[in-house]
Design a protein around this ligand. Structure first.
Ligand code: AMP
Ligand code: MG
Length: 480
């Protein structure tokens, strides 16, 4: 463990990411015991992390489900086309299906030479082994058949089947169909009792759909980790204050709070710390009582950049004290024990009582060191470094395996020239075409230009060995 900020070192992007992922894995391994869970309404669980798997309460689909409007047939009957089949009934979504749907064996069976008109979402009747799409059929009448109602007609009605087609209707099938086509067999997606979504997954809209499909109107999720946000700087003022001529509104607390909530954490915004060691130290101490502390500003090389110094005096461990990236080079990552071993008390959110956290202690009830990040104060740097390095740890604290960074490819619209040595994550705009997506840099004035980032929709990633990238080249893009 490195406890001296000056020796922890500046690492490249990959190494910084690797270190963060390594620590995130350790956090996740210990998280299950320490975190605690709660049960919440399904929609309130959006963005939260599942503490229990979503399990199939019955087969999915629960019956052989037609995926097309058309005719349920025996594939063998339509090997040669055109084929003429007798229509013995109609099943719409919600009607009962074949024998597997009821204990009663007296069900209509699609026998040789017969078909049942069927709608998307309806259960396939017994005997049928395929659905012919309605587009490849045409209905014909037969005077002769009308005089001989289908023998199953009364039985069909008694069983609550779908309406029976007018007796004597015939359908001409113009195109053959293979067995198994245009329906999903019962249980093909999952058998009853199988895990559909693993514990530890974030509830996005697809997971919410799955939970809804098994009837989970409430779900058990991990408690959200509390993430302290500490902005530093003598020039920084709260956003509802009228800033003096040389003062800057504390936008970082807000961007970070938004990013924290998105990632599944609960933001605890602390008071602004001045560039003065005592008060800064007190506020760091307060922040370390939370599950993770994010400090912004005060990590550059300036005379009043005191964050590393104060943390060093608090015997913090540093894993890196800079990353060769732009924006965000001065980022610091480490861990520090909070207080003198006393159980951590978490600052109360507005309207809440302060509470001791199981989270903040190890299995023996001892106060464990908590992670912190010193993020650069420049607003774009703050947002980029959170995205790259703080989010994985937060996700682990939230109970999930950190999501990998997903780099997409797009074609560069206009030449880019930079200097080598840093991996760059520059605000950019993708054009969004289905094929041949293009990307170009957003015009920006550097790491303080929030407006440029607000106009952008992605980061253009430039590897450290590139000086010039020509228009037309495929480049990597990271979504925000
Ligand atoms: P620092 O990292 O402290 O040297 O700050 C770098 C730049 O970011 C300076 O121009 C600061 O005024 C600005 N800055 C620092 N903290 C904040 C904040 N909380 N909100 C907005 N801008 C900030
Ligand atoms: Mg500062």
């Amino acid at each position: 463990m490195i406890s001296n900020p000056s020796t922890a070192g500046i690492v490249n992007f990959e190494e910084a990411r690797r270190l963060v992922e390594e620590h995130a894995a350790t956090v996740l391994a210990g998280r299950a015991d320490l975190g605690g869970t709660e049960t919440v309404e399904l929609l309130a669980a959006q963005g939260r992390v599942l503490a229990e798997a979503v399990v199939a309460d019955r087969d999915f689909p629960p019956f052989a489900r037609a995926t097309r409007d058309g005719y349920a047939v025996r594939a063998a009957d339509v090997e040669r086309v055109p084929a003429r089949l007798e229509v013995i009934g109609e099943i719409k979504a919600g009607d009962l299906g074949g024998a597997s749907q009821r204990a009663n064996s007296r069900v209509i069976i699609v026998n040789r030479g017969q078909a049942v008109s069927i709608m998307t979402g309806a259960p396939l009747p017994d005997g049928a082994d395929a659905v012919v799409m309605v587009e490849y059929t045409s209905v014909t009448e037969s005077a002769q058949a009308t005089e001989n109602p289908h023998p199953n007609a009364a039985q069909t009605a008694a069983l609550g089947w779908g309406t029976l087609g007018a007796p004597g209707r015939f359908v001409e099938i113009q195109r053959g169909v293979a067995r198994g086509e245009n329906f999903v067999p019962q249980g093909a997606e999952a058998r009853a009792g199988r895990v559909l979504v693993e514990q530890g997954r974030r509830l996005d809209h697809a997971v919410i759909a799955m939970a809804a499909a098994v009837g989970a109107s409430r779900v058990r999720v991990y408690r959200r980790p509390r993430i302290a946000v500490l902005s530093t700087g003598d020039e920084v003022v709260e956003i509802d204050a009228t800033p003096g001529a040389a003062q800057i509104r504390n936008s970082n607390s807000y961007s970070l709070a938004a990013q924290i909530e998105e990632a599944g954490g609960e933001a605890v915004r602390l008071a602004i710390a001045p560039d003065e060691p005592k008060r800064l130290g007190d506020l760091i101490e307060e922040g370390l009582a939370c599950d993770l502390l994010l400090i912004t500003g005060g990590v550059s090389m300036g005379k009043y950049d005191l964050v590393e110094q104060v943390l060093g005096e608090m015997k913090a461990e540093f894993y890196f004290t800079g990353a060769r990236i732009q924006p965000g080079k001065p980022i610091v990552f480490g861990r520090c024990k909070c207080g003198a071993g006393a159980p951590a008390r978490v600052p109360a959110a507005p309207g809440q009582l302060s509470r001791a956290r199981a989270f903040s202690t190890d299995a023996q009830g001892r106060s464990a060191p908590h992670y912190f990040y010193g993020l650069p104060g420049n607003p774009v740097s703050t947002m980029v470094t959170f995205r790259l390095f703080a989010r994985p740890l937060l996700e682990a604290l939230a109970g999930m395996k950190p999501e990998p960074l997903v780099f997409l490819k797009a074609r560069l619209k206009a030449e880019v020239r930079t200097k080598t040595g840093l991996t760059r994550f520059l605000p950019a705009v993708t054009s969004g075409e289905l094929e041949n997506a293009g990307v170009e840099l957003a015009a920006w004035q550097g790491s303080g230009d929030i407006a440029a980032l607000a106009r952008a929709n992605c980061y253009l990633v430039i590897p450290p060995d590139r000086e010039r990238i020509e228009a037309g080249e495929l480049v990597s893009v990271l979504l925000p």
